[in-house]
Design a protein around this ligand. Structure first.
Ligand SMILES: [Zn+2]
Ligand SMILES: [Zn+2]
Length: 345
């Protein structure tokens, strides 16, 4: 008997992929079958599509690849022995699927488990750019009805941004500079505003900076202007860019005893002068993954404290995804940095 078939985006090799019919996933014990309703595309997807992501060299991922790690959908089935009350529940999920057995997993740090799968990124777990996907119950997060489908698919980037803002350790009125006006940067800025911080954003794309102003951020700069006027005048700086020189700029811009939060990734190594950290007693923090920030982000979106919807520029179908991964913007796309996909469109 022929099993059920679903449509999925399959990347066969660098810059080569399209929509294919694949076998519908079948949930095992402890797993949920999800009808995917919305998926976000991000820079990681672009690097996976082009083959430039470091995981290829490290042997952690291979073609063919099934992308998609910022997603939401509705549970349509459960595996054997799995609580059936999940069926019908709106969910999103963690990207980082730890082994569940090692010391890191057992201490809630599964997102750095050396034996983890990463949904839609590393080998072993197909992503959300498909009509259906699987997630393990222990990595699923229910979405309340007050969170829109658009916002629900922004929970994953939001969790990254929330962790970055938390790592900045500022109280109300603190001066925060966010480098980068992409999705992570703008969400961090919005979360900072919601916490009463004095938020400043620097970027390069004019439309994103205008959007930042529309989101209520009064202080926006072109990065070039900051480069020309370096100086320690912020209590904390978040680097949410992908530019090699930005970690160095972040350190130059933070006040003594301040904190630098590194969440952006350059495709080449960024080198910093550690004397600048030591001699000003600066704390530098790296942030990987949204995992411990997912629930807090759901709460921020559910309460209306942060509205991520203006960051989404368009909603496309599966068939248009590769054109966006190639860098083409939609003709009617809005100013936001985030492209969303409705796999059933
Ligand atoms: Zn991402
Ligand atoms: Zn583990």
């Amino acid at each position: 008997m022929r099993g059920a078939i679903v449509r999925a985006l399959v990347i066969e090799g660098p810059r080569c992929g399209g929509v294919q019919e694949v076998a519908a996933p079948i949930p095992r014990e402890g797993q949920l079958l999800v009808d995917v309703e919305r998926v976000g595309l991000c820079g990681t997807d672009v690097e996976l599509y082009t083959g430039e992501m470091a995981y290829f060299e490290q042997g952690l991922t291979h073609f063919p690849l099934r992308l998609g790690h910022e997603w939401t959908g509705r549970v349509s089935g459960v595996g054997p022995g799995t609580d059936p009350s999940w069926v019908g529940q709106r969910v999103t999920g963690d990207t980082m699927l730890g082994c569940g057995r090692c010391q890191l997993c057992l201490t809630n740090r599964h997102y750095v488990c050396p034996d983890r799968n990463e949904i839609g990124i590393s080998d072993g777990w197909p992503g959300a750019l498909a009509e259906q996907m699987l997630v393990a119950v222990r990595f699923a997060h229910p979405i309340p009805d007050t969170v829109s489908v658009t916002a629900a698919a922004m929970v994953e980037p939001g969790g990254n941004s929330l962790r970055a803002v938390q790592a900045a350790h500022l109280s109300a009125g603190g001066r925060l500079l966010v480098l980068g006006s992409g999705t992570i940067g703008l969400l961090a800025a919005q979360i900072g505003l919601a916490r009463g911080l004095d938020v400043h954003v620097a970027g390069t794309r004019q439309s994103s900076l205008e959007l930042a102003r529309d989101l209520g951020i009064d202080h926006v700069y072109q990065v070039a202007d900051l480069l020309a006027d370096r100086g320690p005048r912020f209590d904390a700086v978040i680097d949410a860019s992908s530019a090699q020189t930005m970690p160095g700029l972040a350190i130059d811009m933070v006040s003594p005893a301040g904190r630098v939060v590194l969440i952006g990734l350059s495709s080449v190594p960024s080198f910093i002068d550690t004397r600048a950290l030591v001699l000003a007693d600066i704390t530098a923090v790296g942030i990987l993954s949204a995992s411990p920030g997912l629930q807090g982000t759901i709460d921020l979106f559910a309460s209306g404290a942060v509205n991520p919807e203006p960051l989404v520029s368009e909603v496309i179908g599966l068939g248009q995804v590769t054109s966006r991964l190639e860098g083409r913007r939609g003709e009617n796309a809005g100013p936001g940095p985030k492209v969303h996909v409705d796999p059933r469109k």
